[in-house]
Ligand binder design. Structure first.
Ligand code: PRX
Length: 684
């Protein structure tokens, strides 16, 4: 049962609102502030908003009819016969029998509607004199040329293409060209290591890899093609031979740095794409055709290839972009700062905004290249109106100081968004005050690679907001917070966040491992058929929803998901390491930081300089996974805290990493271990 409270928030049935509950780990971060402010929607904003409060009522009156209506935002070549087929749960079919082309919806139809001259992408390179504007008409030509080239290679719908690129216009073109042909793309973040790229290429059996010679990072060109060569060759420790699935590597010339070349495999983009015809007729694909696979960390060392399909995904991407960001085509300048290597870059960098005919900012570089003013200069110069970013960046801006945004005219901004991790109230308030002129709405959007699109967020013209809360499920999404027995928890009590009904953009499986799909997300509450999100959450007594962080072994570093076991296996891959335990510890800037405890092998040379070894271990993790996964602290310890049955007690290590003392050590096989770690460990 849900009821409406005076501030328009949904409250769950209240059994005992005054109940005192154990304090969840992240609670202090969330409620430390003395105020419990509520920001009601500004009437002037509400007046012009794309969605009003009635949106919730319409959706709850008939959820499937509501999504049927949203699917009609898109152009379909064939109508569907049924909105949802859930008979094969947990694998959903949405818009059964419907056909559409995602690239046509993101590009061609805007040109056909007479908006070909509208800028689709304002691209800004990292070097300050580098910028290009691409209109929808130009984008259509580029996507068609690239589709023609990919077809000429013999690729057919259903084949996989890996994309390993910095944020370039060609990255957008590559993704859309795949979508146009029904090729399932797998974008691999260009900051990932060769080993990570290789495992993703192998898992999806990609036939083509699209990359660039290099990328600009902090003013300097850094190689990228060299990493692809390493990944596809046989030089990696982790592989037996060259990547057999890959037939072609298409290389965008970005930096002009020297690259090795394999004539029968490698092709320069600028030598094959510009000469292609701009005529290309898009074909409608089944609503359930896999649009992309995106790998994300799970609780084991092996990343999961999350599968998203075409019709349901695009419907929810388009709808949420329209209502959560209140986007007005032709008026707004919309900037989602995420890289396309992550799901946010897919849904709110590419598919959501382009399906709505948006004009998007796309910036290649880091926020402090060449100075910490860069984002604000871009906002000012292009008149950015909607800015969607992550708490870790907001906290970094806070560290750099308010004088920086203050020295720019940011008055064009009318809406701010946040995603990727819980936003602490202080950062929320700072964001509103110093970037949003103390006036604009903030949408804190909760969702996951798996959910495909926003699930929990305020609607800026309809929902009151509280600093730090994601507020409530969007229209058409049903969520609950339950205890281990699937019973709803009362307000102020922490429970597990679950999604209780299927939603259009939901994942359809894990590439090549449907059992893991069922197991990871659907076995925890199998009887109820709930999707288990892996996050802790609570309702407060006003009915606002608070996300309290992961409840599994997944860490969240600057909004990036990394599993503890991935980092542990990279560490034990080093010759000197016998055992490793990794925990995520609270960090003022990155949300969580990786903290590792390692035991050395007997065979490790006695005279090794331990601090040097620690540096080497950090480099190993960086090489094996990504620099993002580099532990902040590594401590070499004589032993790890284990129970009598040999299970590592990470909770004690987490307490230690976060500076808490005196956790319950009674179940340890040797209670003196924690003291030994404290006194004998070498930390670097
Ligand atoms: O723990 C939640 C956190 O990020 C996880 C999903 O990570 P990923 O699949 O990489 O997708 C990130 C971008 C959608 C979630 O399980 N998370 C994401 N958004 C929020 C969040 N935690 C709190 N508040 C959010 N707004």
């Amino acid at each position: 049962m849900t009821t409406l409270t005076p501030i328009g928030l949904v409250a769950t049935a209240v059994s005992n609102p005054a109940a005192v509950n154990p304090v969840p780990e992240r609670e202090s971060l969330m409620t430390a502030h003395p105020h419990n402010e509520i920001f009601a929607p500004d009437p002037a904003f509400a007046e012009q908003a794309n969605a009003g409060p009635d949106e919730y009522e319409r959706a709850s009156a008939d959820r499937l009819a509501f999504w049927d209506e949203q699917a009609r935002r898109l152009d379909w070549s064939d109508e569907w016969s049924e909105v949802l087929d859930w008979s094969d749960a947990p694998v959903a079919k949405w818009f059964v029998g419907g056909k559409l082309n995602a690239a046509y919806n993101c590009v061609d139809r805007h040109v056909e509607a007479g908006n070909g001259d509208r800028v689709a992408i304002h691209w800004v390179g990292e070097p300050t004199d580098d910028a290009r504007d691409i209109t929808y008409a130009e984008l259509k030509d580029d996507v068609s040329r690239t589709a023609n080239y990919l077809s000429s290679l013999g690729l057919v719908a259903g084949d996989r293409v890996a994309i390993y690129m910095p944020l370039l216009p060609e990255t957008y073109v590559a993704m859309l060209a795949c979508a146009r042909l029904g090729l399932t793309h797998s974008v691999v973040f260009a900051g990932f290591s060769s080993a990570a790229l290789r495992s993703r290429v192998d898992d999806a059996e990609a036939k083509v890899v699209i990359t660039a010679d290099g990328q600009f990072r902090r003013g300097k060109p850094a190689p990228l093609k060299a990493g692809v060569d390493e990944a596809l060759g046989s030089s990696l420790d982790s592989v037996d031979g060259p990547a057999e699935s890959v037939q072609k590597v298409l290389v965008v010339r970005r930096t002009g740095i020297d690259v090795d070349w394999q004539d029968d495999r490698d092709v320069w983009w600028d030598e094959v794409i510009p000469s292609q015809s701009t005529d290309h007729t898009p074909e409608g694909f089944d609503a359930e055709h896999p649009l992309f696979v995106l790998y994300t960390s799970g609780t084991t060392g092996k990343p999961k290839g999350i599968i998203h399909t075409t019709g349901g995904y695009l419907t929810q991407a388009s709808y949420t972009h329209h209502v959560v960001f209140d986007h007005k085509p032709g008026k707004d300048i919309y900037w989602c700062t995420a890289d396309v290597g992550w799901v946010t870059g897919h849904t709110y960098g590419v598919y959501g905004p382009l399906s709505n005919g948006a004009t998007c900012m796309v910036y290649e570089g880091t926020p402090n290249s060449p100075t910490e003013h860069r984002h604000f200069e871009i906002i000012e110069k292009y008149g950015v109106t909607i800015y969607y970013s992550a708490p870790t960046l907001i906290r970094t801006f806070m560290k750099w100081g308010r004088e920086i945004p203050k020295s720019h005219d940011l008055s064009s901004i009318r809406l701010l968004g946040s995603v990727g991790e819980p936003i602490n109230p202080e950062a929320w308030r700072w964001y509103r005050e110093h970037i949003g002129g103390d006036a604009v709405p903030i949408v804190d959007t909760w969702w996951q690679t798996e959910t495909g699109a926003i699930m929990i967020s305020p609607l800026p013209g309809a929902t009151a907001t509280k600093p730090g809360s994601a507020m409530r499920p969007i229209p058409g999404v049903e969520a609950s917070i339950v205890d281990g027995d699937a019973k709803q928890v009362p307000p102020e009590e922490q429970g597990f966040l679950v999604i209780t009904e299927p939603w259009p953009a939901m994942l359809r499986g894990i590439w090549g491992d449907m059992e893991r799909y069922r197991d990871t997300y659907w076995s925890r509450f199998a009887e109820e058929g709930y999707y288990f999100a892996g996050d802790g959450a609570k309702w407060d007594s006003d009915g606002a929803l608070w996300i309290l962080g992961r409840v599994d072994d997944v860490m969240n570093i600057s909004g990036h998901r990394i599993s503890t076991s991935e980092v542990e296996s990279a560490l034990v891959g080093h010759d000197s390491v016998a055992e490793a335990a990794v925990v995520g510890a609270d960090d003022a800037t990155t949300g969580q930081a990786i903290v590792a405890y390692v035991i050395l092998r007997e065979s490790a040379p006695e005279d090794t300089d331990r601090l040097e070894l620690i540096d080497e271990l950090r480099a190993t993790v960086s090489r094996e996974i990504s620099p993002i996964a580099k532990p902040r602290d590594i401590t070499i310890v004589p032993e790890l805290p284990k129970t009598r049955s040999g299970k590592i007690m990470r909770r004690l290590l987490k307490d230690m990493a976060e500076g808490r003392e005196g956790g319950d050590t009674s179940t340890l096989s040797d209670p003196s271990i924690m003291e030994q770690i404290r006194t004998k460990g070498t930390r670097g």
